[in-house]
Design a protein around this ligand. Structure first.
Ligand code: SF4
Ligand code: SF4
Length: 443
């Protein structure tokens, strides 16, 4: 397990600021409500996803698909333009590794690595990490279950599924989340980046000659000092083999061995070498360079290139599709199902009648009253006893109607005719959902 050595410098300072912002976002997001609606809540049992003011219902999962595609291509574009900055500066694995490392350093007396602290001290560290994992998992749970319900279930001791001895789903979630968080931080850590995370493996496909990477200047640095036999200054290359770049690395890799999957592009080894070389009045041997600049230091960075332009076009299309879906969104879900209990009948002197069960969902955050009518101008009439149907915010109602085709028009030749219903929000007639079904005639 790697516990990296602390370092100061330009990139460390940037990372510190970003870490504070990201950690604050992680902690407070589950508690944010705008007009009573969660900012982010993936309510899987209720099959409702609240994302920045948009409530996505099961019928609208295409919004989620477009958002996921957007996120994926944004990551590709950012990687092509700026290298693996997601890994180094924004990935939750990186953020939490730094938090757990910091706690370990404090508890072990600001030491780095496992050496130098007794087993008892490390047992204490593992215990504190477990407590942190529980606390962070509770916050994480708040992204999937409203925090009011979490507090209520804890206070009321609702740890079991009602009427059974099976742990409640949120308790199972907590057990898994704490296990993964603690196991990850106590054992997996850098191996998550080096061996498990697929994104690290994608990087070769996403980087090109103009993508920045962290690299070591072999020409200047080598041959490095022979630590055991040479003093500083007795070697040809500039690298004094102090190992600091390796010790500060959160994944424990030696960047002098070249670009590796484990390199998160975090820049901490740049800070380390800048400090060491600064003392020798020399420039750092490790820095951000494009892959082309590694072999040709004069090479210019071209941000506008084939790959980035393709990503730009795809992102523009996806944003447009998302905006279009958003503008076209009708906050009413409706469906008409033939009512099997009321078969198609002919009432002499009146006309032909069919029964329907109309299902209406309110996808908005306020109560609505809707009116259901056959399409304007069509021959059908609804035999109704009510003028409107009340549906609470986020609610769902079913109503049965008998629809009549008038005798005066005579029986059509076809045994079935299309029928269209409109479901209109009475407070805002522009909000209208159109549903289609068929009207049948008895033989
Ligand atoms: S090699 Fe340098 S940039 Fe890469 S992960 Fe390690 S410290 Fe960060
Ligand atoms: S920090 Fe710089 S000088 Fe020290 S080992 Fe790494 S590359 Fe060499």
């Amino acid at each position: 397990m790697v516990i990296s050595r602390p370092v100061t410098g330009k990139y460390r300072a940037i990372k510190n600021k970003i870490n504070v912002i990201l950690f604050a976002i992680f902690l407070i997001t589950p508690f944010i409500r705008i007009g009573g609606i969660p900012l982010i809540l993936l309510d899987i049992p209720a099959r409702k996803f609240f994302i920045f003011g948009l409530t996505i219902w099961p019928q609208e999962l295409y919004f989620l698909h477009v958002l996921l595609l957007l996120g994926g291509f944004l990551l590709f574009a950012v990687t092509a333009l700026f290298g693996r900055i997601w890994c180094g500066y924004a990935c939750p694995q990186t953020l939490f590794t730094e938090i757990y490392d910091k706690v370990a350093r404090v508890l072990t007396g600001n030491r780095h690595g496992k050496a130098g602290a007794s087993k008892a001290v490390w047992a204490w560290v593992y215990f504190v990490w477990a407590v942190m994992s529980i606390a962070f998992s509770l916050v994480f749970l708040g992204y999937f279950k409203p925090y009011e319900e979490i507090i209520r279930d804890i206070v009321q001791g609702n740890f079991l599924t009602e009427g059974t001895l099976v742990p409640a789903p949120w308790v199972i979630f907590m057990i898994m989340s704490v296990g993964v968080a603690w196991g990850n931080m106590a054992y997996f850590r850098e191996n998550m980046c080096r061996l498990i995370c697929p994104y690290g493996r994608f990087q070769t496909a996403m980087l090109d000659g103009h993508s920045p990477i962290v690299s070591y200047n072999v020409n200047r640095g080598e041959p490095r000092r022979e630590k055991k036999t040479q003093k500083v200054g007795q070697h040809k290359g500039d690298c004094i083999d102090c190992d600091l770049c390796n010790l500060v690395c959160p994944t424990g890799i030696d960047i002098r061995e070249g670009l590796q999957i484990g390199c998160l592009s975090c820049g901490l080894c740049v800070d380390a070498c800048t400090t060491v070389m600064g003392k020798l009045k020399k420039e750092t041997l490790i820095d951000y360079r494009t892959i082309e600049q590694v072999t040709n230091p004069e090479a210019k960075i071209h941000y506008l290139r084939g790959r980035t332009m393709v990503y730009g076009v795809i992102l523009t299309i996806l944003v447009s599709v998302f905006a279009f879906l958003l503008v076209k969104r009708v906050p009413i879900y409706a469906n008409a199902v033939r009512d099997k209990a009321i078969t198609s009948i002919h009432v002499p002197g009146t006309g032909w009648q069919n029964g329907y069960e109309i299902h209406v969902g309110n996808l908005s955050h306020h109560d609505i009253d809707v009116r259901i009518d056959p399409e304007e101008g069509s021959p059908y009439t609804i035999i109704r006893t009510d003028d409107s149907l009340h549906i609470s915010a986020g609610g769902y109602e079913r109503i049965r109607y008998i629809v009549q085709y008038p005798e005066s028009l005579g029986r059509p030749v076809a045994n079935a005719m299309p029928i269209t219903f409109t479901v209109t929000d009475q407070a805002d007639p522009k909000v209208k959902k159109v549903i289609k079904s068929t009207f049948t005639f008895p033989y």
